[in-house]
Design a protein around this ligand. Structure first.
Ligand SMILES: [Mn+2]
Length: 378
C-alpha cells in the first residue's frame, strides 16, 4: 500500500488579505503529479480541507477538480473534516461518493468510519476520525466520563474494532502530544496548548500508521509512524523558514516507511530584514513572492510600502523593528494626557516610536504644523 498523506489545505484561505487560490491550485497540481509518479493507491487528507465552514465558490471548484483528477487516475481518496471545516457540508452525499472511491467522514457519529483497501499483502483498514469536540462525543456516550479531547478520542477508538492480522491506518485531526516532547507550532494554526484539547499519543497504540492534521509543520509525534503532514503551503510568517511537503507512506511486508516529498510554492512567502533602502536596492528585479519586510531603519522612512511595492508588488506587511519593544508593552502603558500640550504629547509619542528624542529641526517643523492646525481650527 502506498499513499500520500496531506492535511490542512485550507482552500480559500486569505493571508493578510491576499487570496492563496493560485498557489493552492498549483500545489494541488503538484500533488496530483506526485500521486501519478509515485503510483499511489490512495490520497489521505487529514482535515482542514477548507479554511472556512462556508468556503468561497472558487475553493469548492478547486477541490472538485482535485478529487475528480485523483479518482480519474484510479486513486482512492480518504478525507476527514478538521476544525475549520463544516462537518455537515463535507458530509454531503458521502455514501454516494464512497461508491466512486471518495471516502469522506464529516460528521462523527458513534461509530468510526472504516474503509478497507487491499494490496498484494492483504487488506488495510483506514479509520476516519474527524475533528471532534469533547462535548459532542460526551453526548454520543452518555454512560462514559468525557471531560477532554483525550477522553473523547479514546471513547471513539474503543469502538473502532481492529481485526487481528489486518494492517490499520488512523486518520485524525487533533492536537496530539507526546510526554517530554515539544510540538512545533505555527501562527496559522488555531490550537491551544495546555488546555483540554490535547490527545496523548498512546491513544493511537496499535495503529500501524497515524495520519494527523492540525499542526502546520510536518513532524512526527512520539514515533515515526504517527505524523503530521503539515500544510502544503506557508500560511504565516512563522513558517517562512522551512519547506513544505507531502508525506509518502509505504506499507508492505517489511513494515511502514515514510518519506517527505517537497512541494515548491508558486510564490514563496518569506521575510526581508534590513534598512528600506538596502532592501529595495538588493532586489533582483521584481519578485512576486509574498514578503514581510522588517525594517531596521532608525529614522522615519517615507512611504515604505510604496517603495517596496515597486520591487515586491506582493508585500504583505511591514514591521519596524524599533517598534517591537514599544508594541510589546503598549497594552500596559497608560498616560494621563489631560493638561498636556499637543507638542508635549507628540514628543512623548516620538520618543516611544523612535527610541530617541525629537531633534531641534524636527521640533520646529512639528511646532509649525501644530500652530498651523490650531490656527485653522480657530
Ligand atoms: Mn489547520
Amino acid at each position: 500500500m502506498r499513499f500520500l498523506h496531506l492535511s490542512d489545505l485550507h482552500l480559500g484561505k486569505r493571508v493578510y488579505g491576499f487570496s492563496m487560490l493560485e498557489e493552492q491550485m498549483d500545489a494541488l497540481l503538484q500533488i496530483e503529479r506526485i500521486a501519478g509518479d509515485q503510483e499511489v493507491d490512495a490520497v489521505v487528507v487529514a482535515g482542514d480541507i477548507y479554511d472556512k465552514g462556508v468556503p468561497p465558490t472558487e475553493a469548492v471548484e478547486l477541490l472538485d477538480r482535485f478529487w475528480t483528477h485523483l479518482l480519474a487516475m484510479g486513486v482512492q481518496v480518504l478525507a476527514i473534516s478538521g476544525n475549520h471545516d463544516s462537518a455537515e457540508r463535507l458530509s454531503f452525499a458521502q455514501d454516494i461518493l464512497a461508491a466512486s472511491g471518495l471516502h469522506i467522514a464529516g460528521v462523527q457519529g458513534q461509530a468510526v468510519r472504516r474503509v478497507r483497501l487491499s494490496d498484494a499483502w492483504g487488506p488495510v483498514d483506514f479509520f476516519l476520525l474527524p475533528f471532534v469536540k469533547p462535548a459532542r462525543v460526551a453526548s454520543l456516550y452518555p454512560q462514559t466520563q468525557i471531560a477532554n479531547a483525550d477522553d473523547a478520542v479514546r471513547a471513539l477508538l474503543a469502538g473502532a474494532q481492529r481485526e487481528a492480522g489486518v494492517r490499520s491506518v488512523l486518520i485524525a485531526h487533533q492536537l496530539v502530544l507526546s510526554p517530554g516532547e515539544e510540538v512545533e507550532r505555527c501562527d496559522s494554526e488555531t490550537v491551544q496548548i495546555g488546555g483540554t484539547d490535547g490527545v496523548f499519543v498512546d491513544a493511537f497504540d496499535g495503529f500501524d500508521y497515524v495520519a494527523l492534521g492540525h499542526l502546520h509543520r510536518a513532524q512526527r509525534v512520539g514515533r515515526d509512524t504517527v505524523r503530521y503532514a503539515g500544510s502544503p503551503l506557508k500560511y504565516s510568517f512563522s513558517e517562512a523558514r522551512g519547506n513544505k511537503s507531502v508525506t509518502l507512506v509505504e506499507m508492505d511486508a517489511q513494515g511502514v516507511r515514510t518519506r517527505l516529498l517537497p512541494l515548491t510554492p508558486l510564490r514563496d512567502l518569506r521575510d526581508l530584514r534590513g534598512p528600506l533602502q538596502a532592501l529595495v536596492e538588493a532586489a533582483d528585479g521584481v519578485s512576486t513572492d509574498y514578503v514581510r519586510a522588517i525594517l531596521t531603519d532608525e529614522d522615519p522612512v517615507y512611504d515604505a510600502i510604496g517603495q517596496l511595492r515597486r520591487v515586491y508588488p506582493n508585500v504583505m506587511t511591514i514591521e519596524f523593528e524599533r517598534n517591537a519593544p514599544a508594541q510589546a508593552c503598549a497594552a500596559l502603558h497608560t498616560v494621563d494626557v489631560r493638561g498636556r500640550s499637543p507638542m508635549e504629547l507628540f514628543e512623548d509619542f516620538y520618543l516611544r516610536q523612535a527610541g530617541k528624542a525629537l531633534g531641534d529641526e524636527a521640533r520646529q517643523a512639528v511646532q509649525a504644523a501644530v500652530d498651523g492646525a490650531q490656527e485653522g481650527e480657530a
